[in-house]
Design a binder for this molecule. Structure first.
Ligand code: GN1
Ligand code: MG
Length: 355
């Protein structure tokens, strides 16, 4: 079993004693541990993947700054309650928020949010609604934070042209066997190229406002309390400047999928319009005046675009022999991509034309 070493623990928590560390395996990129100290407090220790993120200290400063900003928005709450609603980063005795270990890996630590739950997929429309309120509040509460103060943790992260460039390259480099296995998906991806470029064109033309966005708003990154009320947005590694559509679309991608992202029985993968409407309702309520008519207009296209970009990225990684995402078995990325393409088919039949 993987664990964390004493030096990492003591760097952040010199007064504490390490009792246990359990690896949490739901993420595809970083290594995450739920750690218990002798004081009975619990923490999340995270080792950031330096192959994926070129500037880890910059990434950590991004999320620490935004957390501080969000804490200020919640000063009306007692500290214990505020720490359940906003991630709290642990600062080391040397004053830094990250540790660089002897193997060259960066670590950061947050307080664990007690009495919370999260979901890999949604089974109740009230969770979709509460998720909408939570992610909408995130956008509203960061509206007055200058996105220019944030680094781009992965340049062009949600840029379709960049993701298509990577896909085109993968097509050239891949084995004939993998290309053959993915033949249908490759055709589907190529057929959607023009439509899936529209949102980026609007962004590049300056028609859509750049703001602080989370960029990984899958539903498992939202914590809820035991009554199912939205509590806290987590996994803030990819906070950077972006457009609201990235966050809206990625949330819809996971909330409205009637199955998990890697479900292999595609009959179970369908787009749930009721959850879409519930999420949108909560989102708009929380956003109030913080969203423009122009931004709202492109929400349906954003949903399709973000489902597609994940389908394309999983497919690209499959063609590249699974070098990016963690996989549990040989065709895991291919299965993820099939799942997302099935979701697009279902989206089209439920939502109709969106561009
Ligand atoms: C990755 O590691 P995780 O699960 O937080 C990915 C997201 C994808 C997601 C798909 C940096 O996030 O973009 O939406 O997998 N993060 C990065 O589940 O590539
Ligand atoms: Mg993430």
């Amino acid at each position: 079993m993987k664990s964390i070493s004493e030096d990492v623990f003591k760097f952040f928590l010199p007064e504490e004693n390490l009792v246990s560390a359990e690896e949490l395996t739901s993420g595809h990129i970083n290594d995450t541990y739920l750690v218990k100290g002798a004081s009975d407090k619990r923490y999340i220790f995270q080792k950031i993947n330096k192959d994926v993120f070129p500037d880890v200290p910059g990434l950590i400063m991004n999320k620490v700054q935004v957390s501080r900003h969000l804490h200020k928005k919640h000063t009306h709450l007692p500290v214990s309650e505020r720490e359940r609603r906003v991630l709290t980063f642990v600062r080391s005795h040397q004053g830094s928020y990250h540790y660089w270990d002897k193997n060259g890996n960066y670590w950061n630590v947050t307080l664990f949010v007690e009495k919370s739950q999260n979901f890999e997929s949604v089974e109740d429309k009230s969770i979709a609604y509460e998720g909408g309120k939570l992610f909408g509040s995130f956008i509203r509460d960061t509206e007055d934070f200058d996105p220019g103060k944030l680094i781009e943790v992965i340049p062009k992260f949600h840029d379709m042209s960049f993701r298509f460039d990577q896909f085109d390259q993968a097509l050239k480099d891949s084995s004939a066997k993998r290309r053959e296995r993915a033949k249908n998906l490759i055709e589907k991806a190529l057929a959607l190229r023009t439509e899936m470029q529209l949102l980026e064109n609007l962004k590049d033309d300056g028609a859509i406002r750049i703001r602080v966005t989370h960029n990984d708003t899958k539903i498992s990154n939202a914590l809820f309390d035991h009554d199912g009320k939205g509590l806290c947005v987590i996994d803030t590694d990819t906070i950077m400047p972006g457009i609201i559509h990235y966050d809206f679309g990625d949330a819809i991608r996971t909330i409205c999928n009637t199955a998990r992202e890697d479900e292999t029985n595609l009959d179970l993968v369908n787009f749930n319009k009721e959850y879409y409407d519930s999420y949108l309702k909560g989102y708009l309520e929380a956003l109030g005046n913080s969203v423009s008519a122009m931004e709202r207009k492109y929400f349906p296209l954003a949903a399709k675009t973000m489902i597609f970009i994940m389908a394309l990225r999983f497919l690209t990684d499959y063609l590249n022999n699974d070098v990016y995402y963690k996989t549990s078995y040989p065709e895991h990325n291919l299965d993820r991509s099939k799942n997302q393409f099935k979701l697009i088919d279902s989206f089209d039949s439920v939502m109709g034309k969106v561009s």
